[in-house]
Design a protein around this ligand. Structure first.
Ligand SMILES: Nc1ncnc2c1ncn2[C@@H]1O[C@H](COP(=O)(O)OP(=O)(O)OP(=O)(O)O)[C@@H](O)[C@H]1O
Length: 576
């Protein structure tokens, strides 16, 4: 709760205004029953008509004042709730941006969506509504009780007879319903994840005709959600009617015994009417205590989940700011494991600035993992990675990532225009820069044939474009960054041979001033690299340039033979 309370404290100015509204309203509300007593005892029964005008005028102005204070209180609490929710949403989102790849490896998108939406809404509900009401009710309860004792202590004792029982039941309710909300919040996250995965994977569902399976999966989760909500209602049903009954019973008892006091002339009729008015002030809080604990428990459960996100360690952004990066990259005895098993074992290589390193190897051999370490996506590796001789762990994360352009295997595009998507690589790029990057990425020709050319909005994750088109846009985005190091993680796999050839010809060309790392499966994509390393089970098993590797007649040669088996002459020429 501590980190959430900080947000409340930041709103102290507005909370003070709301508190003034609340205290003003409570004070006005406390005066009204007393004025009713004056009307009945002094004006109606004792005929003190001289008090009529001033009493009615007071009632009139106090009612207006009450309404005004009510408005100030309601509006300001709502305002405070919205401000807390706004800054909390912003900070949770900002914090999530700084969490490590490891965190995202183990966390579902749907779960995070639940935290940012439902859980923050629950907190908003508590601060915009629940907590204010809880304080108001406490004030009514305490001040109302004091006035009741002042009016008649015997009746006051009777009116409070049920309070300890209500307090006991409310504590039990809070405890049980809190646990239920904890489960509901977790389960809502699972439903959100399932719905989100189903909708993004709807094409796969349809292609495999698995609609029924998906519906049943959702139905099961929905049933679980329903059962948890029913469990919550049962808890609510177990306590709430009893709490209400006890509140009402006290009211009936007071009216009955108070009536007898009036008949026996122990108290005046006006006192009984006023008593009844004050009695409501303590019965209401007692009746609504269950409902309030509902809101507060829910917010408490959500706050704990959000606090858990805040407790996740952010990536360390401190370090040296690089200037004039040349792009020499060196791996020294680097080993790495995600969980228990090493996926990279004792990797050693050095690429000089502006040279090209190609990485080949069977699927799962560790290629993507190796390059993900360069941008410090994972930091708990053994050994050292040096950029221009500086350990990358000493470089500021922002500076390091600014100097590396990473073109992922997964062609993620935002639901924005083609231009906006490409500009993501360099927000200061001019239209001319964007077009040049697209020409180089072999994307310009298809873009100008799109309905709105560069302004065409691509669907979610690039929907409406072919795999190869999406890949070319992501390459253009990477090229536009003009970083000293550029990494292609199997980024040309969806292109046809001709397009890939044209694209890589430009990438490999000597005028391009950056260090290139290319992961690819086709010999044609790697053969011009200055060095090729062949990974197997996380180890470098072969290294050299194209000619050297062919001469070795090892794994690279086998792949070459396999890919060019229809061109026996070429194979013979290359090897000789
Ligand atoms: N985030 C992760 N958490 C745990 N294990 C992972 C993670 N990412 C990859 N791995 C495992 O690490 C190993 C290497 O995976 P990696 O993606 O680096 O291989 P790759 O050579 O790039 O494969 P591909 O050619 O199929 O892309 C695999 O066994 C994979 O299952």
């Amino acid at each position: 709760m501590k980190s959430i309370l900080k947000y409340v404290f930041n709103q102290k100015k507005f909370i003070l205004i709301a508190a003034i509204g609340m205290i003003g309203g409570v004070a006005a509300e406390l005066i009204l029953p007393y004025l009713n007593k004056v009307v009945i005892d002094n004006i109606i029964i004792n005929k003190q008509t001289n008090l009529l005008f001033i009493t009615l005028l007071s009632i009139f102005f106090i009612t207006i004042f009450r309404a005004l204070m009510g408005y100030v209180q309601e509006f300001t609490f709502d305002y405070v709730g919205s401000r807390i929710s706004k800054s909390l949403k912003y900070d949770v989102f900002k914090h999530i941006q700084k969490l490590s790849f490891k965190y995202f490896d183990k966390t579902n998108t749907g779960e995070l969506m639940s935290r940012i939406s439902e859980d923050i809404d629950n907190i908003w509900m508590a601060f915009g509504f629940g907590i204010g009401l809880a304080i108001e009710f406490s004030l009514y309860f305490i001040l109302g009780s004091i006035v009741l004792f002042y009016l008649n202590w015997k009746l006051a004792l009777i009116s409070l007879i049920s309070a300890p029982f209500i307090a006991y039941l409310a504590t039990k309710l809070e405890n049980e319903i809190g646990k239920a909300f904890d489960k509901i919040s977790d389960q809502t996250a699972v439903i959100n994840t399932t719905a989100q995965e189903n909708i993004s994977g709807v094409r796969l569902v349809k292609a495999f005709a698995r609609e029924k399976h998906e519906i049943l999966k959702f139905l099961k989760l929905n049933d679980e959600n329903y059962n948890l909500n029913i469990m919550k209602s049962r808890i609510w049903g177990k306590y709430f009617p009893t709490i209400e009954f006890l509140g009402n019973a006290a009211l009936i008892l007071v009216v009955t015994i108070g009536g007898m006091f009036v008949i026996n002339e122990n108290i005046s009729l006006g006192t009984l009417v006023a008593f009844n008015g004050y009695m409501w002030m303590i019965v209401w809080p007692m009746r609504l205590i269950g409902w309030l604990s509902n809101i507060l428990s829910q917010a408490n459960a959500s706050a704990k989940k959000i606090e858990k996100i805040f407790n996740e360690k952010e990536e360390n952004y401190d370090g040296i700011n690089l200037e004039n990066v040349k792009g020499t990259l060196e791996f020294k005895n680097v080993s790495f494991k995600y969980e228990n098993e090493y996926v990279l074992k004792n990797i050693n290589f050095k690429i000089e600035a502006e040279k090209t390193l190609a990485i080949m190897g069977p699927t799962g051999s560790g290629k993507s993992t190796l390059i993900s370490l360069i941008s410090r996506f994972y930091e708990d590796y053994e050994g050292e990675i040096l950029l221009d001789g500086i350990n990358i762990k000493d470089i500021s994360l922002k500076s390091l990532r600014k100097n590396i352009s990473y073109i992922f295997q997964d062609t993620f595009l935002f639901s924005e225009s083609v231009k906006e998507n490409i500009k993501y690589g360099n927000e200061n790029a001019t239209d001319e820069d964007i077009i040049n990057a697209c020409i180089e990425a072999q994307a310009h020709d298809f873009i100008i044939n799109l309905p709105e050319k560069y302004d065409t909005v691509v669907g979610e994750r690039g929907l409406g474009l072919s795999g190869g088109q999406k890949q070319r846009l992501t390459i253009a985005r990477g090229l536009l960054k003009h970083a000293p190091i550029i990494i292609f993680d199997d980024a040309t796999s969806a292109l046809d041979m001709d397009t890939e050839y044209e694209l890589l010809k430009s990438i490999y060309s000597k005028e391009k001033q950056n260090t290139k790392i290319i992961i690819a499966h086709r010999i044609s994509a790697v053969k011009n690299a200055d060095e090729i390393i062949f990974l197997e089970n996380g180890e470098i098993v072969e290294r050299g340039n194209h000619e050297e590797l062919l001469e070795k007649r090892g794994k690279y040669y086998d792949i070459f033979k396999e890919q060019f088996k229809d061109f026996e002459d070429l194979v013979r020429d290359e090897v000789i």
